[in-house]
Write a protein that binds this ligand. Structure first.
Ligand code: DGJ
Length: 718
């Protein structure tokens, strides 16, 4: 590079240094958001501003000083700190002062700012990292804590991020639930004191609550208006978000690993790197915040984020554990008739001493059950290939049944209390991933299968148990590291898999949506949001997860749950996400076969809009008898609208629904698709041309008063 170009780029990309009242300002910005820090006269770092982008440097001097950026325990602050360290001399105070900062462009539209803080009484350094994705309006933050004391220091708090807001009112939306009703939305106003959203389940960490939130400022959240901060933590384990309102009605948000039972003894010179916290600040409601996350996730975070996804037929609901080779080959035929891309073999194919005939035994012994599959997985892969479908396989490699050969030979690999009775969740226990030998074993499960059967095209990676009765034979005196080292061990395994098999797509599953975070999605192409495939419930569950995750990451299967809904209704719901089937063809009649076949073809045609387009949530199922969402292709050439009447009241008045995201000055043809064979469309305006303006201002009469009725409407630019 020529010196002149280098100097130009250096000044362009290096530190944003501005002088306001002679104090150093550090601006962290995207196209739409500013996060501004300033070094005070006392040398400490203050968060001066967080909100809509400020474009005039001359205004900076008018901003108030704000609150200290990364508050530590033991000094003058009265509320929850971001960091708490016990030094070698048993003093636990920390006073962080600004030392330096730098900023550099690390990608197209991506900038990283690193602010270094140090204590001048103790050799402790904290580096705050801020990575901005300008166009997508996402900020990724993490911290690095290190020291040079003689012996290890004890970290008892170690936040990824601390953010401050100063508004009249704060409304927090959480996404909690349980097995089969994941990501249920609840919004509440915050008042003085703390609200904590956390988990301490270890492995199936998100069983009761997902690691993301929406914080609406001044008013309850709205889809297309209002200021909202939406945040999520990339950590496949215990997380904690603390929202604390102080005596001045100022709010601090502290996000990171849940430090519960996780004091970390940090040796000198080792860097404690926290997980990433990602957030967006939208001034146009939660709809825009979701689209920002979806774009960023596809462009930067999710494994194969910009690639398409395979439709599939899964055998779990169709057979449970009751199958043999012939039954599976029959299902492959059905997959091929349906026109899907892949057949996915679920739980129940492995173990011989204790064959996996149910969920009470066999987990850990990853050889095919000879009685069920005499010709092994290799034969199934070949059969699938002959039928023109790919072959995928279910595994749960982090777990073990006590009734297994693995348990008999390696009890020392199992997390359990050596002096107490064992406790089983779904008859199983969790392997100790802090132990490198266990990491080798877990990596080996995938590696051995892939080496023996390179035709395997996909894995579904399940994880059904939380960590209970926590104790590691490997960690010895460092027991309080187990929750953290477990997750780090998992990432080491996933890193090895991704390095060796970069083209292998994988679905993340944890007894439904018990794992749903953006760090895991660096390795996984998609996840299973819930075992609940009742389409009515799915409308709510998918609505919840869509707040953060793009449709291509949300697996949705057509099953026999809720037989009072039609196959069409079930399929229309599943087509809003990553479509799959988990049903035998003899659970359907001939008309329904024809319908499903057509639906798969339609889905393949609409993939660019559904999987890569912009999501507009039009009518929420919460508090309504109907719901509707639409996806608009990035080029605005095509869009697809989904509309569902759930349980409308008799003679209920339904109003037209205004579409969004189209080009007002273009014309579009509106056509209902996915109709049952022989049925015409009753949609007013079907197969007619409208301007984008009309569709977005007047709207379409999408809803009816029929129970459990659905419509998919394709919108094509003329
Ligand atoms: C739980 C998953 O959520 C299901 O989809 C299925 O794979 C079972 N585990 C198999 O045991």
């Amino acid at each position: 590079m020529k010196l002149k170009t280098f100097l130009f780029l250096f000044f362009l990309n290096s530190t944003f240094l501005l002088q306001a009242s002679d104090k150093l300002l550090i601006k962290i910005e995207t196209e739409r958001t500013s996060l501004i820090y300033q070094v005070g006269d006392n040398g400490r770092l203050y968060q001066k501003y967080l909100g809509k982008k400020l474009n005039h440097n001359s205004d900076m001097q008018h901003l108030p000083q704000g609150t200290e950026a990364y508050l530590a325990h033991g000094m003058e602050d009265y509320f929850e700190p971001a960091v708490h360290i016990l030094h070698n001399d048993h003093n636990s105070s920390l006073l962080l002062k600004y030392v330096e900062h730098s900023s550099a462009q690390t990608g197209d539209g991506v900038n990283e700012t690193v602010i270094t803080l140090k204590d001048d009484k103790y050799p402790v350094t904290v580096k705050l990292h801020y990575v901005t994705y300008s166009k997508e309006n996402i900020i990724r933050t993490f911290s690095e804590i290190s020291h040079q004391e003689e012996k290890p220091v004890v970290l008892s708090k170690y936040a990824s991020s601390m953010l401050h807001l100063n508004r009249n009112r704060y409304f927090l939306t959480e996404f909690s639930g349980d097995w089969a009703h994941e990501a249920a939305i609840a919004e509440r106003e915050l008042a003085f004191g703390k609200k904590v959203i956390d988990t301490k389940l270890g492995a199936r960490a998100n069983m009761f609550v997902s690691p993301f939130f929406q914080l609406s400022l001044d008013d309850p959240s709205r889809e297309n208006a209002g200021e909202v901060l939406v945040g999520t933590l990339g950590w496949t384990g215990n997380f904690r978000f603390t929202f604390e309102i102080d005596n001045k009605n100022e709010l601090r948000i502290i996000s990171g690993i849940n430090p519960y039972a996780s004091e970390y003894n940090l040796p000198a010179k080792e860097v404690f790197r926290t997980p990433d916290f990602y957030f967006t600040y939208s001034c146009s409601g939660i709809g825009e915040a979701s689209r920002s996350f979806h774009d960023w996730a596809r462009n930067y975070q999710v494994n194969k984020g910009n690639e398409t996804r395979m439709t599939l037929l899964n055998n779990w609901e169709a057979t449970y554990f009751d199958f043999d080779e012939n039954k599976l080959i029959g299902l492959m035929d059905e997959a091929s008739k349906l026109g899907v891309d892949m057949f996915l073999l679920d739980d129940g194919w492995f173990a011989n001493k204790y064959p996996r005939s149910g969920d009470h035994q066999g987990l850990g012994d990853w050889e095919e059950t000879a009685g069920k599959l005499p010709n092994g997985i290799g034969h199934l892969v070949e059969e699938a290939q002959k039928k023109g479908v790919k072959f995928g396989l279910w595994i749960e490699p982090e777990m073990v049944n006590p009734k297994s050969e693995l348990y008999e030979t390696h009890k020392d690999w199992v997390i359990h209390l050596p002096n107490r009775d064992e406790y089983y969740f779904r008859n199983q226990m969790v392997l100790d991933l802090s132990n490198p030998k266990v990491q080798d074993h877990v990596f080996g499960v995938v590696d051995k299968l892939m080496t023996k059967y390179p035709g395997i095209a996909f894995f579904k990676w399940d994880c059904n148990s939380p960590i209970t009765n926590i104790y590691s034979m490997y960690l010895k005196e460092n027991q309080s590291h187990l929750y953290i080292d477990y997750v780090r061990g998992l990432y080491k395994v996933l890193d090895r898999i991704k390095a060796k098999y970069p083209d292998l797509p994988m679905m993340l599953c944890a007894g439904g949506g018990g794992r749903s975070d953006y760090e895991a999605l660096k390795y996984f192409t998609e996840f299973w949001p819930s075992d609940n495939t009742d389409p009515v419930e799915r409308l709510f569950i998918q609505w919840g997860f869509s707040q953060i995750f793009p449709s291509k990451t949300l697996c949705a299967h057509v099953t026999t749950w809720n037989r009072s809904t039609s196959i069409k209704f079930r399929t229309d719901v599943a087509m809003m996400c990553k479509l799959g089937f988990d049903i035998k063809l003899d659970d359907m009649n001939q008309n329904e076969h024809v319908y499903c076949n057509e639906a798969v073809k339609n889905y393949n045609r609409l993939k660019p809009a559904i999987l890569e387009g912009d999501l507009y949530r039009l009518v929420s199922p919460y508090g309504s008898n109907h719901t509707s969402s639409m996806y608009v292709g990035k080029d605005k050439q095509s869009a697809v609208v989904f509309a569902f009447d759930i349980h409308p009241r008799y003679a209920e008045k339904t109003l037209p629904v205004r579409l969004q995201g189209l080009d007002s000055n273009r014309t579009y043809r509106v056509k209902e698709i996915n109709l049952m064979p022989g049925n015409g469309s009753s949609l007013k305006g079907n197969d007619q041309v409208f301007s984008g303006e009309y569709l977005m201002t007047v709207g379409l009469e999408l809803f009816t008063t029929q129970q459990l009725h659905s419509r998919i409407i394709e919108i094509t630019r003329e």
